[in-house]
Design a protein around this ligand. Structure first.
Ligand SMILES: *[C@@H]1O[C@H](CO)[C@@H](O)[C@H](O)[C@H]1NC(C)=O
Ligand SMILES: *[C@@H]1O[C@H](CO)[C@@H](O)[C@H](O)[C@H]1NC(C)=O
Ligand SMILES: *[C@@H]1O[C@H](CO)[C@@H](O)[C@H](O)[C@H]1NC(C)=O
Ligand SMILES: *[C@@H]1O[C@H](CO)[C@@H](O)[C@H](O)[C@H]1NC(C)=O
Length: 446
């Protein structure tokens, strides 16, 4: 132990002295004599490799300039519940190492050289939003040029946090940010820059991107605010990556079937209200819609309330409302045909003024009893409301005595009222449906 200690110090001293000598003497030019016979001499680079732990600068008050660029090569997954974007990118770093220079003419015309990256000082650039440990594969290579410019590319699988807004699902665009920054070096030691324009990055990424799945790349923007943590100021470069969902899967599987079902529901109002088949038909539709929703549930984002859920809820409630309407009309018709209550005068005149004058209607309570009841062929005639009122008033008072309107006429009036009610509610339903679906579509388009 005691014998080895001086030896170790000697080695260190030798190394330091040789480093200093090399540094001062030939301004760090690599002596590549013999490269043409034996390949690259590792001893020639030993001085550079020995400096690996330290930032390669000759003057420590000069910051290292690192140029950053990246290529987005895949968008793997967008997780709305965890608010994570998983993507794959190639990060491209470039910086100068003033301790590596050689004269290409002396060195068998060699302009650049690959060096195992683990022998070199590497800038500690990371992505601020990344929520994953760096899974950079080992054994990467860096290019070193004869002027000492080092280019280092590394593939990265980045799981980055991203503020995802799924309100407009499936017509949504997301804007995720990649912030490249040094983990430790402040602006006094490291400055970040770019040697490429952002549109070049966008174009390369568009050409390279392998995934033609759900997401497509819209564009990349850049911002370079400095980040301050405490009293330290860190340089950083931000890229806003805009991606858009391809909605066709969701249109075909969610919107089209749902629209068909709601259209059938609207059209089922044309089934005659008197026939007993309307309500079962609507119940079947409602059941079918529920099954559809159950099956398609896993296509929907599992968190938040996207507009499409509101749309589905709207369709479901429209179906429920139309079923309720059918129940109401069926009940009305049932009451009308079995035990019609006396019809108030205002309701009668309203019915008369609302139904079209082209239709046949039992306006004359006195004469109506000649007809068979349900299908009176008498034209309505130019009766005035006031005139009608005079005629109805005695009828109403004598109704219980069955001298005003006969029961058949009353039944017919109530049936007509029910049908008019049905038509009115159908129009209201259509109006509500059209306006709400329009609202949803307008919201989707903004
Ligand atoms: C380069 O190294 C060789 C021996 O390896 C030596 O003979 C030669 O003088 C050196 N050249 C320079 C410029 O230092
Ligand atoms: C180092 O750089 C600083 C700032 O550029 C300069 O003021 C200083 O003189 C430099 N030192 C040497 C030894 O060159
Ligand atoms: C993304 O969001 C940032 C702010 O967070 C904004 O400056 C940038 O313009 C947005 N990009 C797009 C394409 O919307
Ligand atoms: C970085 O990019 C700038 C601008 O394109 C360029 O002037 C500079 O030489 C580059 N530096 C490195 C180390 O690549």
């Amino acid at each position: 132990m005691e014998g080895r200690q001086p030896a170790r110090w000697g080695v260190l001293l030798c190394l330091t002295v040789s480093l200093l000598l090399q540094g001062r003497g030939d301004s760090f030019t690599i002596n590549c004599s013999g490269f043409d016979q034996h390949g690259v001499d590792p001893a020639a680079f030993q001085a550079v490799f020995a400096r690996k732990p330290f930032r390669p600068v000759t003057n420590y008050s000069v910051p290292t300039h690192v140029n950053i660029s990246f290529t987005l090569s895949a968008i793997l997954e967008v997780d709305a519940q965890l608010q994570l974007l998983t993507s794959f990118l190639w990060m491209d770093l470039m910086w100068d190492n003033p301790f590596i220079t050689w004269n290409p003419e002396e060195c068998v015309g060699m302009n650049k050289l690959t060096v195992s990256a683990e022998n070199l000082w590497l800038p500690d650039i990371f992505i601020v939003e990344s929520m994953d440990v760096d899974q950079t594969p080992s054994g990467l290579i860096a290019y070193v040029s004869s002027e000492g410019r080092i280019r280092y590319d590394k593939p990265m699988r980045v799981t980055s946090i991203c503020n995802l807004d799924i309100f407009y699902f499936p017509f949504d665009q997301q804007n995720c940010t990649f912030t490249f920054s040094s983990f430790l070096y402040t602006v006094e030691s490291m400055l970040l820059g770019m040697d490429k324009e952002v549109w070049e990055i966008t174009d390369t990424s568009r050409n390279v991107i392998r995934t033609h799945g759900e997401w497509e790349l819209l564009g990349i923007n850049k911002a370079t605010p400095k980040m301050s943590v405490g009293s330290n100021l860190y340089d950083q470069i931000m890229f806003h990556v805009a991606i858009r969902r391809r909605p066709s899967l969701y249109i075909i599987n969610l919107l089209v079937p749902s629209s068909f079902l709601i259209t059938i529901d609207a059209l089922s109002f044309y089934l005659p209200a008197e026939s007993e088949s309307r309500a079962p038909f609507k119940i079947t539709l409602l059941l079918g819609y529920n099954v559809f929703l159950l099956m398609m549930n896993d296509l929907l984002p599992s968190s938040g309330t996207p507009l499409i859920s509101v749309y589905f809820a709207l369709c479901l409630s429209l179906m429920v409302v139309s079923l309720l309407e059918t129940v109401f009309i069926t009940h009305l018709l049932h009451v009308a045909t079995t035990q019609p209550p006396p019809m108030p005068r205002w309701l009668h005149s309203l019915l008369l003024s609302c139904t079209s004058p082209g239709r046949c209607c039992p306006t004359a309570p006195q004469k109506g009893n000649e007809g068979p009841g349900l299908t009176p062929t008498r034209p309505p005639g130019p009766k005035e409301p006031g005139e009608l009122g005079k005629e109805v008033r005695p009828g109403e008072t004598e109704l219980d005595g069955d001298s005003g309107w006969t029961k058949t006429q009353l039944v017919e009036l109530w049936v007509r009222f029910s049908l008019a009610m049905d038509a009115l509610l159908f129009r209201l339903y259509l109006l509500f449906m059209a306006s709400s679906i329009l609202t949803v579509i307008v919201l989707w388009n903004t």
